[in-house]
Write a protein that binds this ligand. Structure first.
Ligand SMILES: C[S@@+](CC[C@H](N)C(=O)[O-])C[C@H]1O[C@@H](n2cnc3c(N)ncnc32)[C@H](O)[C@@H]1O
Length: 244
C-alpha cells in the first residue's frame, strides 16, 4: 500500500522550547494537523504549551486527545482505542501530521499505547518517531552533574512503589545512579527512605525542569516534606554529588 499520510511522533523535550530538535521543529511546521495528549489535570497539554510559539493557528489544526489513564486494563484498552479512533478519523488521506510527546517518545511516552490500534485502523499511515531530550538528562544538565561516567551503571525506574522505596534505594548496591521518574507523590516516602539509608546528600530532585518555574534541590536539607507535582524526578547517586 502507498503510504500517503505521514504521522511523526515528535519528542518535545522536557519544557524549554529551545530543547526541541531541529528535525522535530521542521516536522511540526510542515504539519497541517497537530495531535496533543491532554495533561492529567485536564488543562492545556504540556506538549502543546512547549510547542506554542512554533504553531500557526491560522494554518494548522490542533486536536487535543483526552488520554484517560484508567487503572484497570479493560478500561485502559478501551480508552486508548477510543483515542486511536478519534485520531484515525481526524487524519486526512494525504499530507503530514504530528503527535507531540513530552520529553522523549520512547520513555514512558503515551504514543506507544495508541500505535497498534491506530495502525490497524489506518494502514495507510507512515509513522516515524523523532526522539527528544528526556527529562532526567535535562535535570542533570540544569544541576551541572553527570549521570554516569566511565563504566558506571545507571537504572531508570518509576518511583510508584507503595512502601518499598527502601528496596529501591538498596539498588545502589548494584547501580551507581538511580533515576526515579513519576516521583512527585512519592517524595515524602523517598525522603524518609534516603534519610534512613544515610544518603541525604546523594540526591537531586528536580521539578518542572525547563519551565519558568523549574525547581531543583541538591540534597534533602531544603526539600519540602510534601509531595511535589507529577512533573518531578529524583536522581540518586552512590557517591555524594559534586557539580560537573
Ligand atoms: C510519563 S513520564 C514521561 C517521561 C518523558 N517522556 C521523558 O522523556 O522524560 C512522566 C515523568 O517524567 C518526568 N518528567 C517529565 N518532564 C519533566 C520535567 N520537565 N521536569 C521533571 N520531571 C519531568 C516526571 O518524573 C514525570 O512523572
Amino acid at each position: 500500500m502507498n503510504k500517503l499520510v505521514k504521522l511523526t511522533v515528535v519528542g518535545m523535550g522536557p519544557g524549554d522550547p529551545e530543547l526541541i530538535t531541529l528535525k522535530g521543529l521542521r516536522r511540526i511546521q510542515a504539519a497541517q494537523l497537530i495531535f496533543v495528549p491532554r495533561s492529567r489535570d485536564r488543562q492545556q497539554s504540556i506538549a502543546h504549551q512547549i510547542a506554542g510559539e512554533y504553531l500557526d493557528l491560522a494554518r494548522q489544526c490542533i486536536v487535543e486527545l483526552p488520554l484517560v489513564m484508567a487503572t484497570d486494563p479493560v478500561h485502559m484498552v478501551a480508552a486508548w482505542e477510543a483515542a486511536a479512533t478519534l485520531m484515525a478519523q481526524a487524519l486526512p488521506t494525504a499530507g503530514e501530521a504530528v503527535y507531540l510527546v513530552l520529553g522523549d517518545p520512547s520513555l514512558y511516552g503515551t504514543f506507544t499505547y495508541l500505535a497498534a490500534a491506530l495502525q490497524t485502523q489506518r494502514p495507510d499511515l507512515l509513522i516515524e518517531i523523532v526522539p527528544g531530550v528526556n527529562s532526567y538528562s535535562a535535570a542533570a544538565a540544569a544541576a551541572g552533574i553527570p549521570l554516569v561516567i566511565g563504566n558506571e551503571r545507571v537504572a531508570i525506574l518509576p518511583a510508584l512503589y507503595e512502601d518499598d522505596l527502601a528496596s529501591v534505594i538498596a539498588l545502589l548496591d548494584q547501580f551507581d545512579t538511580l533515576v526515579l521518574l513519576k516521583a512527585g507523590a512519592a517524595l515524602p516516602r523517598l525522603k524518609a527512605a534516603l534519610l534512613a539509608a544515610g544518603r541525604a546528600d546523594q540526591v537531586l530532585v528536580a521539578e518542572r525542569v525547563g519551565f519558568a518555574d523549574q525547581r531543583l534541590w541538591q540534597g534533602l536539607e531544603t526539600l519540602p516534606d510534601e509531595a511535589l507535582t507529577y512533573f518531578s524526578l529524583a536522581i540518586v547517586k552512590k557517591r555524594v554529588m559534586r557539580d560537573a
